[in-house]
Ligand binder design. Sequence first.
Ligand code: NAD
Length: 500
Amino acid sequence: MPSQQSIKAGDRTIKLNTWQFIGNEWKEAVGKSTFGIENPSTGEEVIQVSEGKAEDVDIAVKTARKTFKDPAYKEMNPTDRSAILQKLADLMQENFDDLVALEMLDTGKTHKQCSNLDVPASIGTLRYYAGWADKVLGLSSFNIPKTFAYTKREPVGVCGQIIPWNFPLLMFTWKIAPAFACGNTVVIKSAEATPLSALYMCDLIVKAGFPAGSINLITGYGKNAGAAIASHMDVNKVAFTGSTVTGRSILKAAASSNLKKVTLELGGKRNIIFPDADLKKAIEWSIWGINMNFGQTCHAGTRIYVHEDVYDEFLELYTARMKKMVVGDNFDKNNTQGPQNSKMQYEKILGYIDSGKSDGATVHLGGNAIKGKDGSKGYFIEPTIFTNVTANMKIMREEIFGPVVAIAKFKTEEEVIEMANDTTYGLAAGVHTKDYERAIRVTSALEAGTTWVNMYNFVHWSIPFGGYKESGIGRECGEAALENYTEVKAVYFNMGMRAP
Ligand code: NAD
């Protein structure tokens, strides 16, 4: 299989390199094996890409290490790194429509979401960290008698980065931008279901002028390529976004190899509607809470707690809105809900729907797999609402990662805080109320890394993002991400102190 192939994405035909991207070159995987990528709206294979395994990871890490040690790279002016990140953002803007089309083809997302959110937010992330590149500074101290001390922030080294399939392009930029801004080198692995936008980005990376070896991409499976990054003895840090189960295995691999630094972004979600909320707006945000990427969002608002005084009205209006979803091929702009990302994901969601049914929850709406509106065969699931749910049900405790909400009633503020915090997850939570004192009180009491008041599912690259409890370790986005990609070095100078 040649590296460069043509791929049809909607009405565009795009040239795409499909081998491993190492040292600014396309290299065939050592084992020469390949794997297929599906269009989730049709279930049909659209392209084969090269399968990187442990030996390819090793080559990529050696390349990244060589670049990291290169004095020319070490001494690169941070303003030049900033300019390269800006240049990459410019190239993404120039190739906006290709990126939208590839992301739609790979993930099943709507045109509206990719063009309003995924691609612009990815560009915004690059520009934001371009701004940080020459502002990563240390502190100085004359506070200790007869001593002068300063700190400097040095890059960590070779960063291994493992990303999921639900936001392939955005996660790619969340990972590479702060790492490169701080002067690290990167070996990133895309998710096996969604490597296309990352592959496309690598050609832009060359054009933007990234030094060879600074960003390297492996396309392959988690069990070998991903695991090889996590256990590699010469990777200094792993940044992972994905499931809690995989997150645990990455921590174990880091612990039993070289104790590399680990940051984890995992899952979790809940949304609370108080009786004084502007119900119409709360419903629109709650719909977005589940319709964004059709529930395949780590902070999807799948557990909705509604105060008993407004429960009936909320349920009626919310159901009417969910019924308006038009499910079908995501390249048809009239459709508002596309397919789930893969067969595996689709079957997993249907399994959760079955468990809700057998645990005794009421299927208030949907609850089935369906064909798309146009009869297409992809991985479509009806927008689904469960009511009469209890805290111990699997659909309340685990991530469904599909267009499925469970709506429960509550009586008091204290009770709903207990209910919302009764989870091992702590990524995000929403509160809908006009009472701002209550908003501050409840957001303070919620065990979550991101909380929203009168909105839901809004994340900006300039604000830290990450989870409490089993939803993760560390924060991405904002200034906080720079801590993940730098080591602080303290330097003491003796200014007249005698040895004790
Ligand atoms: P996953 O954990 O199965 O896979 C994520 C990535 O890890 C993929 O690239 C995969 O190839 C790799 N991987 C799998 N097994 C591995 C192993 N043993 N060692 C190393 N790498 C391995 O998760 P997924 O199904 O792809 O993604 C969905 C999950 O991700 C959801 O649970 C969701 O909540 C979470 N998520 C979290 C965030 C966040 O920012 N917190 C964002 C997106 C997704």
